[in-house]
Design a protein around this ligand. Structure first.
Ligand code: CTP
Length: 394
């Protein structure tokens, strides 16, 4: 693995398991991650800053009052691709859930949109306390991945759920979150993205506000996880994608033709494109003079996803929905009607989402799972959708 797997903030809370995170740091470095360790001030009672500095080869601060000229609480946050908070104490989880910023680590969490993996370790009674249960639920609702502590003997004589998980388990959970795994090797993934344009005449079209950013995130994530990806791109910028096999299309009819051809050989279809629901009945060859442009007669486009859903054999189908109200009911209806396995419903009230790097919505699966995500990055959503898809692909 190259030394470019990503920039990680390793947040260390004040649990006795802090010393185990020294090994975790080494394992992350082995896997090509560059790591900045940010211990909470009280965790320095367990493992001192010198240890973290020596192991990471980077300066270590625990409050915002160190290296103030570097404005570290913003610069480290901006540079981080991922956060791994291990061990996370009940207090640290509570502070993050409340949006506190009373040390460097909580400042960074608040100032970052990076994907977050939280590894709790605490006494079983603290873990099962309703306050901690509610705080963990809050973090999960924001898209954080919170691991379950393990059962077993704790520091004293007590026994129960609260132990810090094995390092290998944490690393594999972290790899799953970052997409640094090859679980899609040998799988063919067909992704549509962007928004179709339905020509009115040579200069005008009916279009929509889809930027294609979510499709780009899906393509990058699936390719990184080893998939053979084919992108059907409708009017989106693919210049940053490199060597991904791509077919550019303009209209729904063109997208339909490409998908019809590619569908049979794919294992997973992710229909991320915003397909125009209707098109002009006729497309004029010559530009229409403005005095004649008073109305446009439309006819419906076929529902491409529903057509493919009706045709599917071994394929797993992921659809998107954009809704402004009744999110869950509408999306469940589409999941069933279009023969989907997974649907992600975006809340697009007030034009939110379009062109942004973050998204809020709900993932619904055929098997009944319902996962709410709030202001997560489109990259993080891509990996979560792929996690659900690979489980169904088997
Ligand atoms: N879709 C499609 N073909 C269409 C319209 C939509 O394949 N003609 C796909 C989209 O790519 C998306 C899903 O269907 O994955 C849901 O799109 P959405 O616009 O939310 O739903 P519609 O079925 O168009 O329903 P409505 O606009 O009535 O809410």
């Amino acid at each position: 693995m190259s030394a470019t797997s990503g920039e990680v903030v390793l947040g260390v809370g004040a649990g006795i398991a802090a010393y185990k995170s020294a090994d975790l740091l080494r394992r992350l470095q082995d896997r090509g991650y560059a790591v900045t360790v940010v211990p909470t001030p009280s965790s320095l009672n367990f493992v001192g800053a010198a240890t973290w500095q020596a192991l990471s080869g980077r300066p270590v601060a625990s409050t915002i009052w160190e290296n103030t000229e570097k404005v570290s609480h913003i610069s480290i946050a901006q540079q981080a691709d991922y956060f791994l908070i291990a061990p996370a104490t009940a207090d640290l989880i509570a502070r993050i859930a409340a949006g506190r910023a009373d040390d460097l680590l909580t400042n960074l969490v608040l100032a970052s949109n990076a994907a977050m993996l939280v590894v709790p370790a605490m006494h079983p009674q603290m873990w099962s306390n309703p306050a901690t249960v509610a705080n963990v639920a809050t973090l999960r609702s924001r898209g954080y991945i919170v691991m379950e502590p393990e059962y077993g003997r704790l520091t004293g004589d007590d026994f129960g759920q609260g132990r810090f998980p094995e390092i290998a388990k944490i690393v594999s959970q972290f790899d799953a979150m970052t997409g640094n795994v090859a679980d899609f090797t040998g799988k063919r993934v067909l992704i549509s993205g962007g928004g179709t344009r339905e020509a009115i005449d040579p200069v005008r079209f009916i279009g929509n506000r889809s930027s294609g950013k979510q499709a780009l995130a899906l393509v990058r994530a699936a390719a990184k996880r080893g998939a053979q990806v084919h992108l059907v791109a409708a009017n989106m910028d693919t210049s940053q994608l490199g060597a991904i096999s791509t077919t550019h299309v303009e209209s729904a009819a063109q997208m339909r033709a490409v998908l019809a051809e590619e569908f049979a050989s794919c294992d997973l279809l992710i229909m991320c494109a915003a397909v125009a629901d209707a098109r002009p009945v006729t497309t004029r060859i010559e530009k229409i003079k403005k005095r004649l442009l008073t109305s446009i007669e439309l006819e419906p486009n076929p529902d491409l996803l529903a057509e493919l859903g009706a045709r599917k054999e071994h394929q797993i189908l992921v659809g998107f929905a954009a809704e402004t109200s009744d999110l869950i009911d509408s999306a469940r209806g589409k999941l069933v009607a279009k023969g989907l396995d997974i649907i992600y419903v975006n809340d697009v009230s007030n034009g939110a989402i379009f062109g942004k790097d973050t998204t809020s919505g709900i993932i619904l699966t055929r098997t009944g799972a319902e996962i709410a995500l709030k202001e997560v990055s489109k990259d993080a959503l891509a990996n979560v959708l792929l996690d659900y898809a690979i489980r169904q692909l088997g």
